[in-house]
Design a binder for this molecule. Structure first.
Ligand code: ASP
Length: 581
């Protein structure tokens, strides 16, 4: 090895030793007779000193050093007079006897420091330099640790890691496929997996019993902070299990990760019905770090002559505790925020429980003091609380109220990044009506089993059929989801029929799976975690980008390697492809 130690190793116990270190020049300070250099590698920073003990030739070399030069130094470990308690090597420095420049560096396009002056685009273009910065490097180390813990935990429970192919055909997870042309089969295309769903089910048919894979998945959808065109799942499947077994196994995985990576014991891991999540939080991924549950008010408010409430399908409110101080101006501003097209509320009504105990609402005209007291009781308000009420069509108003609840949670400081509130959401509907195509879609995916007791309703009331499907949610983020699968050809065919597939289409696309079900398929089920999301929650980040070494930007581009890009005519010809752009 070129070095005896790393830049994070040395401390007071090494005094007097002659050591050799390699690394990058973080910065250098020339104080007349003495030059100090901070030298960095993955493990830390070590201070180098060039002083009267250093030969003239070496001091000459030290003067050439710019930021990010790669150097090798040999010297003696001495105690610092000016100690730095913030870093592990802060009590010592190296008096340099020999220095060699291993590689010079151009001036970097942005500061390689924890706080950098580089904008997002610039850092993306030079991602390899951005990755030198400690915060990003630490995210990658965290991700590595999490992956190791996942493997350890699942291996310990007899799961085996099996790789599944990347060139496949469409798997329906509800997004658009990325496709790859086949040169050897002109005019034909592979699809990249949106997930290994069908393969892991086939592995259960093969008798593998317990499978997992930390695996890349590809979905061609519009990008957001928590979405990338390629992302990583912890994909899992088990045979001969009930839903309860899956919940316990993967709750165990979450608990183990929190314990071993963050030193946190997750206390509560509640389970909530999908229907309750929608009723109490207006969301299938409620942030339960804070209460502020919805209170439905139809019985309280209808029939008093207030048209907005009388004509609404649902009147619903939340108690923003301690927000009674909100001024007229703040309430107007909140109303405008709710009226933006992204949210689309028509108005906001409030009840203020004043510090002196009196109640004041924006609809005093229609509701007497006694009636407002009933509101107050329904929300259990105390002096200082502010009840916020929305009215309208049930689905819409729940969505709007979800946004308002999260916003108030943020404003009131109830969404602390270091508090973790996990839960399972259970019993999702099997199907979801799509207005655009005017047909049902599988809410999870078409291989999800309906609840046995609901199967008969597939014919009579498909929208009401519940699935054996579950999501794990942490802090309002869906981190994982899965289901008990159909393992019977007839039921799978029935499912495809309800999703609008003709028997021929179903056979063409998924015949291989239905055929497999005729050769002894075990009952099975599983789930997949979004590994990037899980890492970003652990790292306290809002975006998944910085837990991915080489992410794409919002337009799906890798600006560092400049991809996607055109290919030359020769390649297109080989693929028998003509482009029209
Ligand atoms: N394949 C599913 C997904 O990607 C997860 C599962 O059902 O196991 O969401």
């Amino acid at each position: 090895m070129l070095r005896t130690h790393t830049c994070g190793d040395l401390n007071i116990s090494h005094l007097g030793q002659t050591v050799t270190l390699c690394g990058w020049v973080q910065k250098s300070r020339d104080l007349g007779g003495t030059t100090f250099i901070d030298m960095r590698d993955r493990y830390g920073l070590t201070q180098l000193v060039f002083n009267a003990e250093t030969s003239d030739a070496m001091r000459e070399v030290s003067r050439e050093l710019g930021r990010e030069f790669v150097i090798k130094v040999t010297g003696k470990v001495v105690e610092r007079s000016n100690k730095n308690a913030k870093i592990a090597t802060g009590e010592i420095e190296i008096v340099v006897a020999e220095i060699e420049i291993l590689n010079a560096a151009k001036i970097p396009p942005f500061l390689i420091e924890d706080d950098t002056d580089g904008g997002e685009e610039l850092r993306a273009k030079y991602r390899y330099l951005d990755l030198r910065r400690a915060p990003i490097r630490n995210n990658m180390i965290l991700r590595h640790k999490m992956a190791q813990e996942v493997r350890k935990y699942l291996d310990g429970l007899n799961f085996i890691e099996v790789e599944t192919p990347v060139l496949i055909k469409s798997t329906p997870e509800g997004a658009r496929d990325f496709v790859v042309p086949s040169r050897m089969n002109p005019g034909e295309f592979y699809a990249l997996p949106q997930s290994p769903q069908t393969f892991k089910q086939l592995l259960m048919v093969s008798g593998f019993d317990r499978y997992f894979q930390i695996v890349k998945c590809f979905r061609d959808e519009d990008l957001r902070a928590d979405r990338q065109p390629e992302f990583t799942q912890i994909d899992c499947e088990m045979s001969f299990i009930t839903q309860e077994d899956i919940l316990n196994t993967f709750e165990g995985l979450a608990r183990t990760l929190f314990k071993n990576v963050k030193g946190i014991d997750l206390i509560d891991f509640p389970r909530m019905q999908y229907a309750d999540a929608m009723r109490l939080y207006g969301s299938d991924k409620p942030d339960v770090r804070f209460g502020m549950q919805f209170v439905e008010m139809n019985d309280l408010v209808k029939g008093k002559g207030f048209g907005v409430f009388d004509n609404a399908e649902l009147v619903v409110g939340i108690n923003a505790k301690g927000a009674a101080e909100y001024t007229r101006k703040q309430l107007d501003e909140l109303t405008e925020w709710l009226k933006r097209p992204q949210i689309g509320a028509t108005g906001l009504i409030y009840l203020r429980h004043n510090a002196d105990g009196s109640l004041k609402s924006s609809v005093d005209k229609f509701y007497s003091e006694d009636e407002l007291k009933k509101w107050s009781a329904a929300f259990d308000t105390q002096p200082g609380d502010l009840v916020l009420v929305l009215a309208g069509q049930t689905d819409k108003v729940r969505k709007q109220m979800n946004e308002l609840r999260l916003e108030m949670g943020t404003r009131l400081g109830l969404r602390d990044k270091n508090t973790f509130a996990p839960l399972w959401v259970l019993d999702f509907p099997l199907l979801e009506w799509d207005e655009e195509t005017e047909r049902y879609h599988a809410m999870h995916h078409p291989f999800t089993s309906p609840k046995p007791q609901d199967i008969a309703m597939l014919e009579t009331n498909p929208g009401a059929v519940r699935a054996d499907a579950y999501d794990m949610v942490i802090n309002g983020i869906e981190v994982g989801g899965g289901s008990i699968r159909i393992h019977d050809r007839e039921l799978q065919a029935l499912m495809f029929k309800h999703l609008g597939f003709s028997p021929e289409e179903a056979q063409k696309q998924f015949g291989f799976l239905m055929d497999a079900f005729e050769f002894g398929a075990p009952p099975h089920g599983g789930l997949a975690f979004g590994f990037d999301r899980l890492c970003s929650i652990f790292a306290g980040l809002d975006s998944i980008r910085d837990v991915i070494a080489f992410p794409k930007n919002n337009s799906g581009r890798d600006v560092m390697i400049d991809s996607p890009s055109t290919i030359d005519d020769k390649q297109l010809n080989e693929l028998k492809i003509k482009t029209t752009v």
